[in-house]
Design a protein around this ligand. Structure first.
Ligand code: CTP
Ligand code: MG
Length: 252
């Protein structure tokens, strides 16, 4: 019997962890960022749908604001989500890194691939999600979608906001990339990275950075303009415009 006649091994089960426990200080006063609406629907619901849109994702773990887990659960129950996907809601922590770790702790056994996706990137297209999963399936332990930068970047001696800041260096722009989510990982690699590294202050803003610190390879795949992070008020205007364009184009 030739090798070709053997059934291929089952694909590893993929889960998405969505850290959504941040307050959204840079967005200004109001509800926690993940609960702010875009086109009338909470940003978090868009982000969950974006993960569940991938046929590979069979479980989504939402990491809610620490006192908001029941509210988030009710929100997910009230909004239509695909039947093929399971959902869990767990309370988050003080930093993104802590919130991601709490999400990882909630994963059942048997998950081979984990995506970590910011609730604050509600509009990532499914093709980007699938490209990340595909690269992990192909053997990369950590995969990050990324785009070239529009702006030149300067490294500075930071000073209080408004004071002139001395420039230390100007890295060559062509060698820099802005990273997005979902970032995709071999499950055991990500769990080891989170167990082994504690980062002070704000914590790691990027799970792939923890994998780099362990000395393991991280690769980038092309990101997408629409995977931008809603961070400041102008980003809400852009997100509404992207949604309006989708609705006009294909009744999204
Ligand atoms: N996040 C989280 N737990 C925290 C902090 C952040 O789950 N303690 C999540 C946010 O909800 C967001 C993602 O991490 O989906 C990326 O963080 P960011 O864009 O910085 O969101 P916020 O921390 O909410 O915003 P800000 O920094 O302006 O307060
Ligand atoms: Mg933050």
């Amino acid at each position: 019997m030739s090798d070709d006649s053997r059934p291929s091994p089952p694909l590893p089960r993929t889960a998405a962890v969505i850290p959504a426990a941040g307050r959204g200080v840079r967005l200004g006063p109001g509800a926690p960022k993940a609960l702010r609406t875009l086109g009338g629907t909470p940003m978090l619901v868009h982000a969950v749908r974006a993960m569940a849109a991938s046929r590979s994702v069979s479980l989504v773990v939402v990491v809610a604001p620490s006192d908001g887990a029941p509210e988030v659960k009710a929100l997910l129950d009230a909004n239509a989500l695909p039947d093929r996907t399971d959902f869990l809601v767990v309370p988050g922590g003080e930093t993104r890194q802590e919130s991601v770790r709490l999400g990882l702790d909630a994963l059942p056994p048997g998950i081979g691939i984990v995506l970590v996706h910011d609730a604050a990137r509600p509009l990532v297209p499914v093709d980007t999600v699938d490209a990340v999963i595909e690269a992990v399936r192909d053997g990369a332990p950590a995969v990050v979608p990324a785009l070239p930068l529009a702006d030149t970047v300067k490294e500075v001696e930071p000073r209080p906001y408004g004071e002139p800041e001395p420039v230390v260096a100007t890295p060559e722009r062509a060698r820099l990339r802005a990273v997005q989510t979902p970032q995709g990982f071999d499950h055991d690699t990500l769990v080891r990275a989170h167990a082994g590294v504690t980062v002070d202050g704000e914590g790691a803003t990027d799970c792939a950075g923890l994998v780099e610190r362990m000395g393991e390879p991280v690769v980038l795949v092309p990101g997408h303009e629409e995977a931008f992070k809603v961070t400041r008020p102008l980003d809400l205007v852009l997100a509404e415009a992207v949604l309006a364009r989708r609705r006009a184009n294909d009744g999204y």
